[in-house]
Design a protein around this ligand. Structure first.
Ligand SMILES: [Fe+2]
Ligand SMILES: [Fe+2]
Length: 195
């Protein structure tokens, strides 16, 4: 299992972008699990509630928080345009993700109760979220993080890793990161079966 957080000490990342890439792999795993559950055609309320928890608190909370508060401002200061450029595009997609998660959440009770319109709304919003986030992650990995690696000095990467660690430790819940890695694992087992 890969560790996606430098503060756990088992993997010492030398680049802040590597920490974000490792988190992408965890997020992609949960996207695969949700896609698998959607294929079954059944809306399992407990599964989707846990998946929403993961996307809101790990993907959007922990991960996007690092990008929006630490990486993007440093890139912007280094000259990467925000409006009309790659940073603005990434921020718009984070917002789009929040709207899609809200639509899943609002329709989940109805869908779990078998209401056809709510089932369709959950399937469409979750499907759109999966496609959007996969492509978003690919753009960050292949374009924006490569750009960051070219632009940021070793000292800037190191300072950013320290800022990520502070964000992890000071959110009032130091075990949060590890708990969400376990949740990702549990969702995979629920979707694909154990073993
Ligand atoms: Fe992002
Ligand atoms: Fe990301």
């Amino acid at each position: 299992m890969s560790h996606c957080c430098s503060c756990h000490g088992s993997t010492v990342a030398s680049r802040a972008t590597q920490i974000l890439k490792d988190e992408h792999r965890v997020i992609e795993g949960v996207l695969d699990s949700v896609e698998q559950m959607l294929r079954s055609g059944r809306i399992d309320k407990a599964f989707f509630t846990s998946a929403l928890d993961f996307f809101r608190n790990f993907a959007d909370g922990c991960h996007h928080h690092k990008e929006e508060d630490e990486l993007f401002p440093v890139l912007e200061a280094a000259g990467v345009p925000k409006d009309g450029g790659p940073i603005g595009c990434m921020l718009n997609e984070h917002e789009q993700g929040r709207r899609l998660l809200k639509r899943v959440s609002e329709n989940l009770d109805g869908a779990a109760g078998g209401e056809p319109a709510a089932v369709a709304a959950v399937q469409t919003a979750a499907g759109d979220y999966i496609s959007m986030l996969r492509f978003h992650i690919q753009k960050e990995d292949d374009v924006l993080f490569n750009l960051a690696d070219q632009m940021l000095s070793e000292a800037q990467q190191k300072a950013m890793i320290e800022a990520f660690d502070r964000a992890e430790q000071h959110n009032g819940d130091p075990g949060k990161h590890e708990r969400y890695l376990k949740l990702a694992d549990s969702l995979r087992k629920q979707a694909f079966g154990v073993g």
